[in-house]
Write a protein that binds this ligand. Structure first.
Ligand code: SF4
Length: 451
């Protein structure tokens, strides 16, 4: 499963910021691996570079040196709306009556058809197939003699998930949608300011975390400093609960909670809710590791690294052919056979989507000699697609949509299977000052979706 994107932006007077943006994007690589890009302004002109590939493949020292300036925004993309191609990579650059506008977007809009129709009526055409271009065009076409006004006016019709970074020649804007579906944080850096999808990026570049933007908040940074120019929180906020389960890095802070702690709590609660006898607790690395440690602490079952993950193999999830995907799992995970022979194990992971990867892993563990294999999943069954920026697009992709627990257990060939309840998932996160989107677990979404 993949998140749509990672955003990073910086405003640091008298500094060259391209190198810092590169490190910021690198720390957000887990949020998008299809393409990467950054736009940098020196106050007079804006330069942009974007390509398909990982951050380290897209940029080199020459390119970074050529991107001169003290304000920048960067973007890592994993496409959930629009195809995976250079044309859809970000940031998006447009010319408007106020000058150049550059925009980077994380999330998915749900009223794309209507917005596109209204732009067609204004004789607008599109060069990409992503919803992010629609946002840029709406801002470009909006009333207002300043960027502040144009941005506020241009966003009024949007419905769905959008965290945005917007760059003009001398201002940097940060936006969170009124429901607060995707995260966005503010930090201080060396006399300037940084924004990122996840606060964990700040530690990597030596910035200090200041706050998470509130749902519906728009901030601007320019020569006058940083300030909030709009507070437009929806009556019901709906933060994506999956950010806690899988997407965000464990060292990220979301709604004042450390993600690592919530995953540890989930593992502890899972051990209480669905106890099992086993010689060892092992994680599916890396997504299940924090929960597996919590499970082990609570149950007293020793945690071992029974499965090792290759850091250097590409993703398996999007490989279109089943055969290749199967091979991918084998290339990606290696069991520590000597440890597992004739042992009963409990295996902890964050979630199950199709079930194909998990079935492959159970097979690998059996071959390595594990006797009994019990699966414990640190989130509830995924029964519904996501329309708000995550690539769970169809019901048919979800094994838990049409299958009972018994059927899934048999399909995966495990000895037992149990999911964390929704109640316990919320308990693991604890009291936070926001509502949640639970759409993929309940089929009920925070916004009306035209399926
Ligand atoms: S449907 Fe699921 S993945 Fe999508 S935003 Fe809601 S909680 Fe997150």
């Amino acid at each position: 499963m993949h998140e749509s994107c990672g955003l990073f932006g910086i405003y640091a007077p008298k500094k060259e910021v391209a190198q810092i943006t590169y490190f910021g994007l690198h720390s957000l690589q887990h949020r998008g691996q299809e393409s990467s890009g950054m736009a940098v302004s020196d106050g007079k002109k804006i330069k942009i570079h974007k390509q398909m590939g990982l951050v380290t493949q897209v940029f080199n020292s020459q390119i970074i040196k050529s991107l001169k300036g003290y304000i920048s925004i960067g973007h890592n993309r994993y496409g959930t709306c629009g195809s995976s191609s250079l044309i859809n990579s970000q940031p998006i650059m447009l010319t408007t009556n106020l000058g150049t506008l550059v925009l980077a977007h994380n999330g998915n809009l749900i009223n794309v058809k209507n917005l596109k129709k209204s732009l067609y009526l204004k004789k607008e055409s599109f060069t990409t197939t992503s919803d992010s271009e629609i946002i840029a065009k709406l801002i470009a076409k909006a009333d207002g003699r300043s960027w502040e006004k144009k941005i506020i006016n241009g966003l009024t019709e949007l419905k769905g998930a959008y965290s945005l970074l917007i760059l003009s020649k001398n201002q940097l804007f940060a936006v969170r949608d009124p429901w607060g579906i995707r995260p966005l944080a503010l930090g201080k850096y060396n006399g300037g300011y940084v924004f990122a999808s996840e606060s964990s990026s700040f530690g990597n570049i030596g910035a200090i975390f200041k706050k998470e933007l509130k749902p519906g908040e728009i901030m601007v940074v320019d020569k006058k400093g940083s300030r909030t120019i709009l507070k437009n929180q929806a009556s019901k906020t709906a933060f994506c609960i999956f950010e806690y389960i899988y997407f965000s890095r464990p060292d990220t802070i979301l709604n004042n909670q450390l993600v690592y702690q919530t995953r540890l709590n989930a593992g502890r609660l899972l051990a209480r809710q669905s106890p099992v006898k086993a010689d060892y607790a092992i994680a599916i690395p890396d997504s299940g590791t924090s929960a597996a440690i919590g499970f082990s602490q609570e149950s007293g079952i020793p945690f071992i690294e029974g499965l090792l993950k290759s850091r250097y193999i590409g993703r398996t999830f999007i490989q279109p052919e089943k055969k290749i995907r199967k091979l991918g799992v084998r290339l990606k995970f290696s069991p520590v056979g000597g440890l597992l022979r004739n042992k009963d194990i409990v295996v902890i992971d964050d979630s199950i989507v199709r079930g194909t990867t998990m079935k492959g892993l159970v097979g690998i563990l059996r071959k390595a000699g594990a006797k009994k294999i019990h699966l414990r999943i640190a989130s509830p069954p995924l029964v519904s697609p996501c329309y708000l920026g995550v690539d769970i697009e169809r019901y048919s992709e979800l094994i838990a949509y049409k299958h009972t627990l018994k059927q899934i257990t048999e399909a995966i060939k495990a000895d037992s299977l149990s999911y964390l309840s929704l109640k316990n998932l919320k308990k693991a996160i604890g009291r936070v000052n926001c509502g949640f989107c639970l759409g993929c677990f309940t089929g009920k979404y925070p916004l009306e979706i035209n399926k």
